[in-house]
Design a protein around this ligand. Structure first.
Ligand code: 7TS
Length: 409
């Protein structure tokens, strides 16, 4: 396949929002971990769908309904290839990582866990990979256990070995931390968890935007990601699950689409994946997400990842020369997330001063309060990168940071 060369100017021209000014300054968008920007190809896919295809799926006898169904199911196959899943019925549409994790917590864990069983998560999880398991633990009298995180923001793997026991039924772990950037050694963890008979769910919200994920090579049992973080529309997401687990699970949302036959006495469910997709799905969103994946697939994704790594390295180099900056998250294996504090300044104040200079970052606890508590901080300032960011933007960001320092310190 002919791959498109990595030409940053041409890439940036594909993202209309990046051409904007904010507060009279060129936008420097460094909040990609919260949501990433959309290329024109995605915007066009949505517009084309609504202008020429819009119909409901799986039910119509007319031409457009058939077309919408084929495009919607084609999008599922695009995601199947994106994750290298074995079957397209292993791809369940959701509205994001949060819903995907809740689906597994409700339909798998709540049904199959018994009192005394254990669920293992880590101290660096996003709230969406903590709270669903707390609820399930309460409902089933299972126990929630937490893998500690070291000072360097890495998983404490010795502690993991001890926490993983014959009672562990589920390990649910973030692939890449949104607050710290840590890339977790998930393959080892999956293999060890399987050896104990536990199922493994991975939160891929922050990995899928950066490099190809292969669920068969990982051998994870469930994998969740958000479409809006991989350059697709908001309100889209995916749960991958191995067929044997999905087949054993009951749906946790019920309604149209997910049934085979309904009488007042008894309902039988539709086959996979529809059993888990009650109601009219986000058809345009799924087609938009497939357009985002097609867009990414034009490139050698290794080149995109290398570029993001260079951006992170530039930040780390600049920070090493800068006074009064404290890095949060010093893992050796790290994705393009640069979380920090200016000593003595509240993260929100830093964020506001950066915004005045056109630089968009996120400040706060990043929906990961427990790890912030562990580090004894209320939150951080977080710059997070996508492949369309430039080294010039890193320069601009640090110049803006120096200026913020003169106001705050
Ligand atoms: N898991 C991780 C690791 C995340 O980073 C996020 C969102 C989620 C789950 C939830 O994804 P959603 O699409 O269902 O909302 N993270 C962030 C963030 O870092 N800033 O804003 C949202």
């Amino acid at each position: 396949m002919n791959q498109r060369p990595f030409d940053l100017n041409a890439i940036r021209a594909d993202f209309p929002i990046l051409q904007q000014q904010v507060k009279g300054k060129p936008l420097v968008y460094l909040d990609n971990a919260a949501t990433s920007q959309k290329p024109q190809a995605v915007i066009d896919a949505l517009s084309r769908y609504y202008s020429t295809v819009n119909s409901n799926v799986h039910r119509g006898a007319h031409t457009l309904a058939d077309l919408a169904t084929r495009e919607f199911e084609g999008a599922r196959e695009t995601v199947q290839r994106f994750l290298n899943a074995q079957h397209s019925h292993e791809i369940i549409w959701t509205k994001g990582t949060t819903e995907s994790i809740n689906l597994v917590a409700h339909s798998y864990a709540r049904a199959f866990l018994r009192a005394g069983d254990e669920i293992l998560i880590s101290a660096m999880e996003h709230h969406s990979n903590i709270v669903p398991w707390q609820l399930v633990a309460q409902q089933t009298c299972a126990k929630l256990k937490v893998i500690p995180v070291t000072e360097n923001a890495e998983l404490d793997l010795d502690a993991f070995d001890k926490l993983l026991t014959d009672k562990t039924r589920i390990v649910s772990l973030v692939h890449v931390s949104n607050a710290l950037g840590t890339i977790n050694p998930v393959k080892d963890i999956i293999d060890k968890a399987h050896a104990k008979g536990a199922v493994v769910m991975l939160d891929g919200a922050q990995s899928t935007p950066h490099w190809p994920v292969d669920v068969q090579a990982l051998d994870c049992d469930f994998y969740a990601f958000s479409g809006h973080k991989v350059f697709g529309p908001t309100g889209t997401g995916v749960l991958y699950g191995k067929t044997r687990y999905l087949q054993a699970m009951q749906p946790y949302q019920a309604g149209g689409e997910m049934i085979e036959k309904v009488t007042f006495e008894k309902t039988t469910f539709n086959e996979l994946p529809y059993k888990f997709e009650a109601g009219t799905p986000n058809i345009a969103g799924a087609i938009g997400l497939a357009a985002a994946i097609d867009y990414l697939n034009q490139f050698d994704r290794k080149q995109l990842a290398q570029h993001e790594h260079n951006l992170l390295q530039a930040c780390l180099d600049r920070a090493a020369d800068m006074k009064d900056i404290q890095l949060i998250g010093r893992a050796k294996n790290k994705a393009g997330v640069f979380s920090f504090l200016l000593k003595g300044a509240h993260p929100h104040d830093v964020g506001t001063l950066l915004d005045q200079q056109g630089v968009a970052v996120r400040t706060g606890h990043h929906c990961a309060m427990p790890i912030m508590d562990q580090f004894g901080i209320p939150g951080t300032v977080r710059a997070s990168f996508a492949f369309y960011n430039t080294l010039e933007e890193v320069d601009h960001f640090f110049a803006a940071l120096e200026k913020a320092k003169t106001f705050l310190l």
